[in-house]
Design a protein around this ligand. Structure first.
Ligand SMILES: [Fe+2]
Length: 127
């Protein structure tokens, strides 16, 4: 089982460490509520204030979206998707659910710095 990293930055962290943590961290952007049986957009982005390299030997290889222990979606990238320019990988997932609640987490894998996981995002579904 690989080590899983998280976005945890405290005030004492040096700028270089903040850069490293931020550019690998995974963030979920979506509404807090959705409708059962209707298409719902969930944006996943890697990095907030800092960008990540897109080099042939160092890039974000995949982004996954999970609902609890169920894989909801996955996108794989070869190196060069972002033109070998340091940027933020961004994926829009569109899902339809018949559940009452989603407990979303996103994962991203850097080929040099391993697996990173977002905070949990709760979405309530209504009829
Ligand atoms: Fe990296």
């Amino acid at each position: 089982m690989p080590k899983i990293n998280y976005y945890v930055i405290d005030a004492s962290d040096k700028e270089a460490k903040k850069d490293f943590i931020d550019r690998h961290s995974v963030f979920i952007y979506c509404e807090n509520n959705a409708k059962i049986g209707e298409k719902f957009k969930i944006k996943v982005k890697v990095g907030k204030e800092y960008t990540h390299p897109d080099d042939f030997d160092h890039f974000i290889k995949y982004v996954q979206l999970w609902n609890g222990e169920t894989l909801m979606g996955e996108t794989n990238f070869p190196p060069g998707t972002l033109g070998n320019i340091s940027s933020n990988v961004e994926v829009d997932f569109y899902i339809i659910s018949n559940k009452k609640k989603l407990k979303l987490k996103a994962m991203a894998y850097c080929t040099k710095h391993g697996l990173w996981q977002s905070d949990e995002k709760i979405v309530n579904l209504i009829k």
